[in-house]
Design a protein around this ligand. Structure first.
Ligand code: ZN
Length: 255
């Protein structure tokens, strides 16, 4: 009963799947903060705890992982996310596997999102070393494959049924860090929140002033592409479950 009421209240459920702490806030924090204000329910799933993200020989991986999880939880609270799930996979070592895909399918079936944000698996431009991190490429591909067809087809990971989980169809994917954007979201009203969230990742920021300037410059440039002060941009993909909807979209795009 409570669950049903909660479902009714949220306009949309959003799940984000990223490789490391801070990817989400860089990639789509402004959009999430904006949609969160409109009663979207947001869950972050972070595949690693970013324990390799230091050059300090005195800092153990375990300590850094703990710090980065704390930083990510604080940032998610700034954005307005309901929950942060950490899968605690090894940072920098992510590999595509059926088991890993199954873990993402489980999260999708648990959260039942309408919209899923993740790294763009098609971005092979290699024009930015951060964006092209190997973990980002692996997670983008896994999240896509987990969404379609695995999460919605009961023959994939049938053991989930024993856990009370049911197949789930995501309606839309938003790929961040894309080289082929087709969607711009005006984040002028939430840029300050995005920066506040990014500032939570203290262990990764050498100079907060430079970080803030970088973020303003970057997202202003993307905003200018559409006459906006600041924008995040995505590759958006609708996943049609009704062939007539797909036909309508095809007709529109060939007009
Ligand atoms: Zn990352």
């Amino acid at each position: 009963m409570h669950e049903k009421m909660r479902k009714k209240k949220a306009l949309a459920r959003i799940l984000v799947i990223s490789a490391h702490p801070d990817d989400v806030d860089f990639g789509c924090g402004g959009t999430l903060a904006k949609w969160g204000k409109k009663r979207a329910e947001i869950v972050y799933t972070i595949c690693t705890s970013g324990e390799k993200g230091t050059d300090d020989p005195h800092l153990t991986n375990q300590d850094l992982a703990r710090t980065r999880e704390k930083e990510q939880r604080a940032a998610a609270a700034v954005i307005g996310a309901k929950e942060v799930i950490f899968l605690r996979k090894p940072d920098g070592e992510l590999q595509y596997s059926s088991d890993f895909r199954g873990e993402l399918v489980r999260v999708i079936r648990q959260c039942q999102p309408d919209i899923l944000f993740t790294h763009d698996p098609a971005n092979r431009a290699f024009d930015n070393q951060y964006i092209s991190h190997a973990d980002h490429r692996v997670v983008g591909e896994l999240a896509f494959d987990a969404t379609y067809p695995a999460a919605l087809n009961r023959n994939y990971y049938p053991q989930h049924q024993d856990e009370g989980l049911t197949p789930h169809a995501v309606s839309e994917l938003y790929f961040f860090a894309t080289s082929q954007p087709n969607t711009w979201v005006d984040i002028s009203s939430t840029l300050a929140l995005k920066i506040k969230a990014l500032r939570c990742h203290k262990s990764q920021i050498k100079n907060p002033r430079v970080m803030e300037e970088l973020v303003r410059t970057w997202f202003a440039a993307w905003g200018r592409e559409k006459g906006l002060s600041y924008a995040e941009r995505f590759r958006r993909l609708s996943i049609f479950h009704d062939p007539s909807q797909r036909l309508k979209q095809l007709k529109r795009s060939f007009r």
